[in-house]
Design a protein around this ligand. Structure first.
Ligand code: AMP
Length: 362
């Protein structure tokens, strides 16, 4: 079978690698001349709005998917008139704009932090009045890894935040004093079957994912059930197909949705070794209309991102339990260039390895 992917980064690369054992061949479209997925599958060089490139991508194809949520919706819709495109383009539309996304979630009864739309300085002042401090001002579109946002702690921060971000469509959110951040990776097949990976605990540093632990321990079963129940509402509302990631703030027994990503997700990388079927394989299965695989964990996993640069590969491989994924990308500050996963039979062993590895990373 042939799967075509918009985007040739590490997610496209790992989708491709997951497709190999199933006999699935992939091709990626990416404007870069040397994207890292291009090292493992054919690569068409082209912009995402280049209809000639999109036409070429759509040839001999069982399905088209994407590895990032900022794919132009018009391109996804154009492709969907010709070939099956999953996840559905509507999921892109919702997740590309934080205001549309938060409104969509709220209308489904999924709890979200308080929020208000901000276009003008007058809107901003009114939003600060209604939401109060602390709060987070964010761009509605194209924010990722903590970019395009400003945390306001005192009234004096308003001016600086406005100078930094004003003039673009914005959203002001109440700052959630969360105990921790968790994510739920879900998958829905073409026939509507669904499966969920266990909740994953995520630690961010400087706005970027640093470490994921799964399954979360010391969490009430009820919290997982609630997250899954909210996720089902989202999956059904979008008639979703493929892997969907939902990020949550856990505040005591409460879950508030932060954002969703209509794609495989960094906080699901542990599933490659840590679950019976990885998120990448289940995404391939779902979008091609194949039966979903088991999402059962194989143990207790810890996943660390390698950001910017990493210790020499022999040093990483000297840790017998470490499973290294190097993406074939050069070092650059704040660039995700690989990850390392540990899977252990107990949470205590996992935590010990994680602590040792954190020290090695420094
Ligand atoms: P985002 O790009 O919206 O996922 O935000 C990046 C990170 O900023 C999140 O993972 C949180 O650690 C933090 N953050 C974002 N929004 C809020 C909020 N409303 N309250 C508290 N922390 C937030």
């Amino acid at each position: 079978m042939q799967l075509k992917i918009l985007g040739g980064g590490q997610l496209g690369r790992m989708i491709t690698l997951a497709g190999y054992p199933l006999g699935v061949r992939t091709t990626v479209l990416d404007p870069a001349t040397d994207p890292c997925a291009g090292q493992v599958c054919p690569h068409i060089v082209g912009e995402y709005e280049d209809y000639r490139a999109l036409y070429e991508l759509a040839q001999s194809c069982d399905a088209v998917t994407f590895e990032f949520e900022n794919v132009p919706v018009a391109s996804a819709r154009w492709l969907a008139e010709r070939v099956p495109v999953f996840p559905p383009p509507q999921a892109l539309e919702v997740s590309q704009d934080r205001l549309i996304e938060k409104s969509f979630l709220r209308d489904l009864g999924v709890p979200v932090p308080p929020f208000a739309a901000v276009e003008t300085r007058a809107d901003f002042d009114a939003a600060l009045q209604s939401i109060g401090l602390p709060a987070v001002l964010k761009t509605r579109r194209f924010g990722y890894d903590g970019k395009g946002q400003y945390v306001l702690r005192s009234p004096a921060d308003a001016e600086t935040a406005w100078v930094a971000l004003g003039g673009r469509p914005l959203i002001l959110e109440g700052f959630v004093p969360f105990d921790r951040e968790v994510s739920l990776i879900c998958v829905r097949g073409r026939e509507g079957s669904t499966a969920f990976y266990p909740l994953t605990e995520n630690e961010h540093r400087e706005g970027m994912l640093y470490r994921s632990l799964a399954p979360v321990t010391d969490t009430a079963e009820e919290l997982t059930e609630r997250a899954q129940e909210y996720a089902l509402r989202i999956l059904d509302a979008l008639q979703y197909v493929g892997v969907l990631a939902i990020e949550w703030f856990q505040d005591g027994g409460q879950l508030l949705a932060n954002e969703m990503a209509p794609r495989v997700h960094n906080s699901g990388h542990w599933t490659i070794e840590g679950a019976v079927t990885s998120q990448f394989e289940n995404h391939v299965r779902a979008v091609l209309g194949l039966p979903l695989g088991s999402t059962e964990p194989r143990g207790y996993s810890a996943m660390f991102n390698l950001i910017g640069h990493h210790p020499p590969i022999p040093q990483l491989l000297a840790l017998p339990a470490a499973k290294l994924h190097s993406y074939g990308k050069g070092p650059r500050p704040r660039r995700k260039i690989g990850h390392v996963t540990f899977v252990e039979p107990t949470a205590a062993q996992r935590d010990q390895h994680a602590a040792e590895f954190a020290q090695l990373l420094g």
